[in-house]
Design a binder for this molecule. Structure first.
Ligand SMILES: Cc1ncc(COP(=O)(O)O)c(C=O)c1O
Length: 403
């Protein structure tokens, strides 16, 4: 059977194999503690659900403009102006089918074969594959765990080539849990400022999940006049409002970019589900939801602190303290090649470590290989404190602590 050559450039996800096996064990009745989830364990706030239900009952079941309804774009524009200091007009916004789709359509709209895209590691698994699907090449810049995985201006400068067309920044970050302070973003921006041909794709989907007083800002807000025509600001409702299944993302940027994305998206998906449009307005404009967002954020903060503290108490593991998102990304180099668990297996890398941990201790964590760090693992703390304690008890015993 002949399939598209396009697929040959992209890799099969190792992450999926772990999650599939964890699900299989669960189906067999095994009590698996899973730290694999990339989504909030909370339900979508009731007011947002109601907005979609009302729209559905009111017959909002037909095609809408590909870019989103005027009301949804207006609500997003107002949110960006109010919360992010980004005065984009509604015409410079396009709503897509989740943050992933926003990023993918944006990359397909601006990248060409032969382009280089600078991508800090650890990175979200889909970036390199999206870059490659667009015909471009990821140029990986490795963030040092000793600097909380954050790349430095000299590292960024050293990665520039005459072919560089894009820099991707994700703050707060999946999987690192690290966040760039506005000062750190400004220092990186200084490196890129003279290079007018380079786009900055700013993935801000975890912007509301900040811990310990951490500050960050939208890239384009560093200096809107300078960056508005070169920045692709991507965001979504998935993580902030516990709406991963709704598939609502949006992009703000210069008018030609939004026109190009509209052209592409109009031949792919068209508009997002029509009766979800009023849910965007509700989520972004109902002030009562701020409290729910804060309740979720502070729960994540408490869980992240617990997980980070417990991970660092395990000899052989070292973990950066999360300042955003809902992930820890501990280094496990100290446990590789050492006898682990009852079977005393010596894991050679994170993939093997995760496999044995799941089979023996029934704890699901994700190997760092897909994120560019094969001696790290990712744990999501979008789960209860009880689960965190139980899973970390098992991990500690597996690593030989208290066993
Ligand atoms: C960094 C990052 N960007 C984008 C996305 C995609 O978000 P969505 O679920 O809205 O497609 C994710 C999802 O996990 C993510 O972690």
């Amino acid at each position: 059977m002949q399939l598209s050559q396009r697929l040959e450039v992209i890799a099969e996800s190792i992450t999926l194999a772990v999650t599939a096996r964890a699900k299989q064990l669960r189906r067999q009745g095994v009590d698996v503690v899973s730290f694999g989830a990339g989504e909030p364990d909370f339900d979508t706030p009731a007011a947002i659900k109601q907005a979609a239900i009302t729209a559905l009952h009111a017959g909002k079941t037909k095609y809408e403009p590909t870019v989103g309804t005027p009301e949804a774009r207006q609500a997003i524009a107002a949110k960006l102006a109010r919360h992010n200091r980004l005065p984009y007009p509604p015409e410079q916004i396009i709503v897509s089918v989740g943050g992933k789709h926003s990023l993918y359509v944006a990359m397909m709209a601006v990248l060409n074969p032969g382009d280089d895209v600078i991508l800090p590691a650890p990175y979200w698994v889909s970036y390199p594959e999206m870059i490659k699907l667009a015909g471009a090449k990821p140029v990986i810049v490795r963030g040092d765990p000793a600097r909380d995985f954050k790349i430095t201006p000299p590292q960024l400068a050293a990665a520039l080539t005459p072919r560089t067309r894009m820099f991707i920044i994700n703050s707060p970050s999946n999987p690192g849990g690290h966040t760039y302070h506005p000062r750190e973003l400004a220092a990186l921006a200084q490196v890129l400022a003279p290079h007018g041909e380079i786009w900055v794709c700013s993935d801000e989907i975890y912007e509301r999940l900040l811990f310990g007083g951490q500050e960050t800002c939208s890239w384009a807000a560093l200096d809107f006049a300078r960056w508005k025509d070169r920045t692709i600001t991507c965001n979504c409702l998935s993580k902030t409002y516990a709406m991963t299944g709704w598939r609502i993302g949006y992009t703000a940027g210069p008018a030609p970019l939004i026109a190009a994305m509209n052209k592409l998206q109009s031949q792919m998906t068209s508009n997002i589900t029509s009766f979800c449009m009023p849910a965007i307005v509700e989520a972004l404009e109902n002030p009562a939801l701020e409290q729910e967002v804060e309740t979720m954020r502070s729960a994540f903060e408490q869980r992240g602190e617990l997980m980070w503290r417990r991970l660092n108490a395990i000899p052989g593991i070292s973990c950066v303290r999360p300042t955003g998102a809902f992930y820890t990304f501990p280094g496990i180099a100290g446990l590789l090649g050492r006898p682990l668990g009852k079977a005393q297996v010596k894991a050679k890398d994170a993939v093997e470590f995760c496999r044995v941990l799941l089979e023996e201790a029934h704890v699901a964590v994700v190997p760092g290989n897909d994120f560019g760090f094969p001696d790290h693992v990712r744990l999501s703390f979008a789960t209860s404190l009880d689960n965190i304690n139980q899973g970390l008890d098992r991990l500690a015993a597996f690593a030989g602590v208290g066993a």
